[in-house]
Each structure stands twice: as structure tokens, then as C-alpha cells.
Ligand binder design. Structure first.
Ligand code: UD1
Length: 368
């Protein structure tokens, strides 16, 4: 069996599954871990392996950055070559999430008639301008096992006519990792280390093209963050793409100079979790952070027009704000005055999802 990942959010999803496989030992049969190399900066990759206790990848494909076509093609070609060389032939390939590496590895495997399992199947934003939506649609269309994290995933797959025998509602593996690491995170107290009052600051992460690739929009966001920082301290760990755009649009100096706004490098998993758990509010365009804040009960404003994770809105603490900065400012008022909604528990986000994933995999593909 081959587990594959390539970008930062993949590693948090793989970690608990690999831990279950390790615990099972020989009973789980032979398996290996392949890193496509989509994310390559140590702060975007290696630190997650260290902090999440993931073993070093058995194979690193080193594909790096590029246009969507080029990056996808490089993973497709390199992963196919690896599969062709592999002896014995893998029982199956496991892909997670919705990044370019996910779709490319799935395509390479199915073309060689190797079964594919997709962890986090069925999520849909219904927005085909997002590269991740295309990756989700393609991956789910070809996968043999669709492992779903929230109820909307089952509905979406049913509507798309996917055979329901392939679909398994296992829960959210990302929450397994959170549950596993929360005590470590509370221990590091990243807020105090940054000079931030616990429970009294905002955490901001923005990296999606829809927010950071347009000069006007990014400028308005920087202005908004300046206003927010006038109300409470703000920490903004910037993805490499975001930092590059701030620089390109001549906004980096302005953003770095805002009083009480700490612009930082991307954080490790444990530091980020520590800040999330202690934040008064979180502003994001990430998928995973909508889920993590919902589980933690921390208010989250999502700066996107939609979400593929609707349970974070119906049950969790998430609100979809789009690009409406006035709406966002109003919600910040509500959060700071204690009038914002409270979340409630989400089914199967219980820290046991990876066990259910492995059970499905071994039932389908055999144990030894
Ligand atoms: C990818 C995923 C996105 C996920 C995000 C999390 C796709 C389509 N998108 O977006 O769903 O939320 O990862 O981080 O797969 N770069 C570096 N160092 C790195 C990685 C990237 O400097 O280690 C820079 C490069 O300039 C690169 C740009 O970031 O061109 C974008 O990286 P890429 O992997 O293509 O997509 P992300 O925007 O990170």
C-alpha cells in the first residue's frame, strides 16, 4: 500500500493514519510513504514531519512549484514511474485532501489499475474557479474508496451518482491530529512567546489566489487588518505565496509597519495550534483551519465566497464572509462583545477517524 502527500495540509491528515498503520505492525502488511515534493520549504514540509512524528518519506519525488499543469504533470509522470517499478505491485494508493498532488497521484494509479482510496472525499465548494474543486471532482470520480469527513460529503457523492458501496463516513482525520497534539500545543504557549495576551488576539492566515493575487483586494485586506490591529493584537503568519504577493504589490513594508500586527513566517503545526486555541478570533481562507477552530470552539471568519466544509457553519464556529469587509467588521464587534454563535460537537470528529480509515483500507485491500 502506498500513502502519498505533497503539500502542508496533507501531512496533518496522513499523520494519524500512519500512526495506526505503525501500531498494527505486520498485521497491516507492507506499506510505504511517498512525498511528491509539492511543498519543499522546510517551514512548509519538514517541520510537520518532525512535529507530527511522521517517519521520513521512503521516496521523495521532488516535483516543486510550477503552473498547475506543469506541477500536476510532474507528479503524474514521477508517480507513475514509481508505481511501474514497484515490486510487488501495490495493493492500493491512498491520497488525502484536494491539492494538485492528490489528483495527480490518483490519476497515475487508476490508469495502472491500482485501486485508489481518497481520504476527505465528497467535499464540494461548487466553485470551479478554485483549483482544489477540480482536484476534488477528478479524484472522487476515479477513486475506488471514498472516505468522507462530514455528512455533506455523502450527499454530494450520492448526487454525483457514485456507487454508495464505495463511500464510507469515517470522520475527520485532521481532528485526530488536533486531539493528539493539543496538550503539546497548550504546553508551548506560543502566544506568550510572541508577547500576545492569551485569549486576547486575532490569528490571521490568508493565502488563496482569490485573496492575495489581486493588488486591490490585497491592499484592502491590509487596510482591514490595520483596523483590526487597532482593536486587538494580530498575528499573521504568511504563506510564501502571500509574502511574495505583498512584496510584488509594494505592500510588504506597509503590512510589516502596522502597529500591533505581527507579520511572521509560516508556523509549525504545534505553534499554530497553540495560537489557534488561545485566539479570540481567527480570520482565514484555509479549509483545515475552519475545521480546527470549529472543534476548538474559537470564532472563525472565512474570507471566501463559499466553503466545501458546511458543517463548520451549521455546527461549528465558522461564518463565510466572502470579500465583504463591512460584514467582517460587524462580526468582529459581535465576537468581541461575546454575542457570536457557539459551536456544538460534530459527528465523528472524535479523534478516532484514522482507525476507521485503516479498517476500511484493510477490509478492502487485505491485511498482510
Ligand atoms: C497548495 C494547495 C492548497 C493548500 C495550500 C496549503 C493546490 C492547488 N493548492 O496551495 O489547496 O491550501 O497548498 O499550503 O495544490 N511555495 C514556496 N515554498 C513551498 C511551497 C510553495 O515558496 O514550500 C510558493 C511557490 O512560489 C509556489 C507558491 O508558493 O509557486 C504556490 O505553491 P503551490 O504548492 O503551487 O500552491 P499553494 O498556494 O501552496
Amino acid at each position: 500500500m502506498i500513502f502519498t502527500g505533497g503539500a502542508r495540509p496533507n501531512f496533518m491528515k496522513l499523520a494519524p493514519i500512519l500512526h495506526v498503520m505503525e501500531r498494527l505492525g505486520p498485521e497491516a502488511g507492507a506499506w510505504c510513504l511517498v512525498h511528491t515534493g509539492q511543498h519543499y520549504d522546510p517551514g512548509m514540509s519538514e517541520i510537520f514531519f518532525e512535529q507530527l512524528g511522521i517517519r521520513s518519506p521512503d521516496v521523495h519525488l521532488g516535483v516543486g512549484s510550477g503552473t498547475h499543469g506543469a506541477q500536476t504533470a510532474r507528479v503524474l509522470a514521477a508517480f507513475e514511474e514509481l508505481l511501474l517499478k514497484r515490486e510487488p505491485r501495490p495493493r492500493g494508493v491512498v491520497v488525502v485532501g484536494d491539492v494538485n498532488s492528490t489528483m495527480a497521484a490518483a490519476l497515475a494509479a487508476v490508469k495502472l489499475l491500482i485501486p485508489v482510496a481518497h481520504v476527505e472525499a465528497g467535499l464540494r465548494s461548487f466553485d470551479r474557479t478554485m483549483p482544489e474543486e477540480i482536484n476534488r471532482l477528478v479524484t472522487d470520480a476515479v477513486a475506488d474508496l471514498l472516505l468522507v469527513s462530514e455528512p455533506s460529503g455523502e450527499e454530494n457523492l450520492r448526487r454525483e451518482g457514485i456507487d454508495e458501496r464505495k463511500v464510507h463516513f469515517v470522520g475527520n482525520v485532521m481532528i485526530d491530529t488536533l486531539v493528539e497534539r493539543l496538550a503539546d500545543a497548550r504546553g508551548v504557549d506560543a502566544a506568550t512567546e510572541l508577547g500576545l495576551p492569551r485569549g486576547g488576539f486575532a490569528l490571521v492566515t490568508l493565502h488563496r489566489p482569490s485573496n492575495v493575487d489581486h493588488a486591490d483586494r490585497l491592499e484592502r485586506l491590509v487596510e482591514f487588518l490595520g483596523g483590526l490591529a487597532a482593536r486587538l493584537p494580530v498575528v499573521f503568519p504568511a504563506h510564501p505565496r502571500t509574502r511574495a504577493r505583498l512584496e510584488e504589490f509594494g505592500l510588504l513594508e506597509r503590512a510589516s509597519g502596522l502597529p500591533r500586527l505581527l507579520l511572521r513566517e509560516p508556523l509549525g503545526y504545534v505553534q499554530n495550534l497553540s495560537l489557534m486555541a488561545d485566539a479570540r478570533l481567527v480570520i482565514t481562507d484555509s479549509g483545515g483551519i475552519q475545521e480546527e477552530t470549529s472543534h476548538l470552539g474559537v470564532p472563525c471568519l472565512t474570507f471566501r465566497e463559499n466553503t466545501e466544509r458546511p458543517v463548520t457553519v451549521s455546527h461549528g464556529t465558522n461564518t463565510i464572509v466572502g470579500h465583504d469587509l463591512e460584514l467582517a467588521a460587524g462580526l468582529v464587534d459581535r465576537i468581541l462583545s461575546g454575542e457570536y454563535k457557539q459551536g456544538r460537537p460534530i459527528p465523528r470528529w472524535d479523534g478516532r477517524a484514522a482507525e476507521r480509515v485503516v479498517e476500511v483500507l484493510l477490509d478492502a485491500w487485505g491485511r498482510g
